[in-house]
Design a protein around this ligand. Structure first.
Ligand SMILES: [Zn+2]
Length: 330
């Protein structure tokens, strides 16, 4: 991941109070990147962070019969348009790994460009968009907050509000409820369903290329604990570890080999162990860093302590009754 540190990169603290999921990502920023061919018919469009914007997750394109399957559609139109262009304008199907708007939001624009587009996701997406689901509550918070927000923050919030006002276009056409073998556009996929980072996290292993799209089950510069259930996340990573993949595309960050992933996972487990032992967040951040150093660029590296400090306070070392609050989901 090539990211840049710029004067425009700063924390939108007021917005973080509004709603925690994803907004901590405003801590990091960098430029959008060019597509990468990972294998024949397998193209990565790296996510990015523009200064003063929220992020887009990584998007993966798999060439199938009669068109391309897009795994995660990004948030901003520029990202989604770049993904569509990388597919020669021929995206036929989308699979969203989870409900965060940096992986889901692009569905709306893509449907406007590609009538008949078919979308797959876990049932958690429709639940989150339903009245009083968490994305619907987020929408109402945005409606309330935008009129009194400073102009720059209001503009950022409006991006999400515009997406959430098109909830019907974000919802999947097909729900994947359990781990299964699935053939989409002629590509054989193994799909896993977890409840770790969100209320429903899909991971997708493309059999032909050995490419595993992990969504936000794997991220850099740190794991994003905003809506996470840490014990379930550990177990999900153990299942990923058992998969026969050659390369793993994380939700954010560079492509990892299987060996790289094992190193990342060892770091993840060490980070949770450190938190559970009640050690100081800075000490645990150092433990995490020691495992993931090879993949931390300047911008990401500079944010590890701040982001983990936030997650230690809000989740990992929160009062015991709060630590597993996201483990009890419908
Ligand atoms: Zn994400």
């Amino acid at each position: 991941m090539t990211t840049g540190r710029g004067a425009g990169c700063r924390q939108h603290a007021a917005m973080r109070l509004l709603i925690t999921p994803l907004l901590t990502l405003l801590l990091v920023c960098g430029a959008a990147q060019a597509q990468q061919t990972l294998a024949p018919g397998v193209t990565l469009l790296p996510g990015g962070y523009e200064a003063g914007h929220q992020p887009d997750g990584n998007s993966l394109l798999l060439k199938g019969e009669g068109g391309w399957l897009l795994i995660d559609s990004g948030r901003h139109q520029a990202h989604t348009a770049a993904a569509l262009a990388a597919a020669g304008g021929d995206v036929r199907a989308v699979l969203n790994t989870h409900w965060h708007l940096d992986h889901l939001g692009g569905n709306a624009w893509l449907r406007s460009q590609r009538p008949g587009l078919q979308v797959w996701a876990s049932p958690a997406v429709a639940r989150a968009l339903a009245p009083d689901g968490w994305l619907d509550r987020y929408r109402r918070q945005l409606v309330e907050a935008i009129p009194s927000a400073p102009a720059e923050q209001a503009a950022v919030m409006r991006v999400d509000l515009d997406l959430l006002n098109q909830a019907d276009a974000l919802r999947p056409d097909h729900e994947i409820k359990a781990a299964s073998a699935l053939t989409l556009l002629g590509r054989r996929l193994q799909v896993g369903v977890e409840t770790a980072v969100s209320g429903g996290d899909l991971w997708v292993l493309d059999s032909a290329s050995g490419t595993l799209a992990a969504g936000d089950l794997v991220t850099l510069p740190v794991p994003f604990f905003d809506t996470a259930c840490p014990p379930a996340w550990r177990e999900a990573l153990a299942r990923l570890s058992a998969q026969p993949f050659a390369r793993l595309v994380p939700g954010h960050g560079p492509v990892l080999s299987h060996a790289d992933f094992e190193r990342w996972r060892t770091g993840f487990n060490a980070l949770l162990d450190c938190a559970d032992q009640g050690l100081h967040p800075a000490a645990c951040a150092a433990v995490w860093r020691s495992h993931v150093e090879p993949w931390l660029d300047d911008a990401g590296g500079a944010r590890v302590d701040g982001m983990l400090g936030y997650y230690f306070k809000t989740l990992l070392q929160a009062p015991p009754e709060h630590r597993e609050r996201f483990c009890r989901r419908p």
